[in-house]
Design a protein around this ligand. Structure first.
Ligand SMILES: [Zn+2]
Length: 336
């Protein structure tokens, strides 16, 4: 009896272990199944995300901050909707935008459910992220008394796109290709002046790129210790122009045959260089250079993949508009 009982007990015990193992296995399989399907969904979503420039990645993925007063939407009050640069989700309406004089776009309210809040790693601030894709937007501040909601979403312009209200009624397909171009062709004041007048150009910012130091200043760039070139970053409307038009224009407003200088401006920071964002831009630039070469130009323009573009100090932005002058070495000359 005792022995039989013992056997029975041990059998039941074994059975329980087996059942336990089986239950654990089922649980594990279920968990694996769930995480696998979640991963597939994320991957599918990610494949629909817009391609980001290195500077966009620095802010959106690596949680950086754009330089104050340089963003496209800082001083921007058109009627419409601000969307996520990475996934196109709608984030803010223009009616909730206000001027906080802080150098970044400010909103007193988000579109319900569009923005996620998270304690910042710095321990004191609250980070805001796109609730759909987790893109870093900026930070949210309370209790400053700006508007009735007592809330300020301080958002990097570069984390957003803007869709004007006039376009929302029609079917708007957001461009997924990069609508930016970076060119270096001598003194950036003149380059900016010319590009701001080119058809389809939404914005042009002067800055530094192509070198090896972070956050360079004008003085450092002039001292030839940074490797950076004076450059402009152009944002364009793909429905009105394209990269080829802009690259042609670039070759026609500066002299691409001059090596490491442009007119009276001498030094490698005044070099002629195209910083391409993708293979298509690179191929376009190569095609135009070969056309110019066939026409007899000894093109000195070099090509390099785009890296982080650092906007220059405020006093360099819109220089000719502010000072009322006009460029001395960027005159349009037809070459194509
Ligand atoms: Zn997003």
């Amino acid at each position: 009896m005792n022995l039989k009982n013992q056997l029975t007990h041990s059998k039941i015990f074994s059975l329980l272990i087996v059942m336990g193992l089986a239950a654990t296995t089922v649980a594990t399989l279920t968990l694996k199944g769930q995480s696998q399907s979640q991963m597939t969904t994320n991957d599918q979503n990610q494949s629909k995300w817009n391609q980001l420039t290195p500077e966009e990645k620095r802010v959106i993925v690596e949680k950086g901050t754009e330089r104050a007063f340089t963003g496209e939407y800082d001083d921007h009050y058109e009627d419409g909707t601000y969307t996520c640069k990475r996934c196109n989700a709608e984030l803010y309406q223009s009616v909730n935008k206000f001027d906080a004089h802080c150098g970044w776009p400010a909103f007193d309210k988000e579109i319900p459910g569009a923005v996620r809040r998270k304690p910042d790693i710095d321990g004191s601030r609250t980070e805001i992220l796109c609730a759909t894709c987790g893109a870093h937007l900026g930070h949210v501040f309370m209790g400053e008394g700006f508007t009735q909601t007592d809330t300020r979403h301080c958002v990097n312009s570069i984390s957003m796109n803007f869709i004007p209200a006039r376009m929302q009624k029609s079917e708007t397909v957001m461009p997924t290709a990069i609508n930016k171009a970076i060119f270096a062709g001598g003194c950036f004041w003149g380059m900016e002046y010319q590009f701001k007048q080119a058809p389809g150009v939404i914005n042009a910012v002067v800055g530094y790129t192509g070198g090896h130091t972070k956050n360079p200043t004008y003085r450092e760039v002039c001292d030839h210790t940074t490797g950076h070139a004076e450059a402009i970053e152009v944002t364009y409307d793909p429905q009105m122009t394209n990269y080829e038009n802009l690259a042609k224009f670039f070759f026609e407003i500066h002299d691409p045959t001059q090596l490491n200088r442009q007119g009276p401006d001498i030094g490698d920071q005044y070099r002629s260089e195209i910083f391409y964002y993708d293979d298509q831009q690179k191929a376009t630039a190569e095609k135009l250079i070969s056309i110019l070469t066939q026409k007899g130009y000894k093109v000195a323009t070099s090509l390099k993949p785009a890296t982080i573009f650092y906007p220059a100090e405020d006093y360099h932005q819109d220089y000719y508009t502010k000072t009322g002058g006009s460029p001395y070495c960027h005159i349009y000359t037809k070459r194509f």
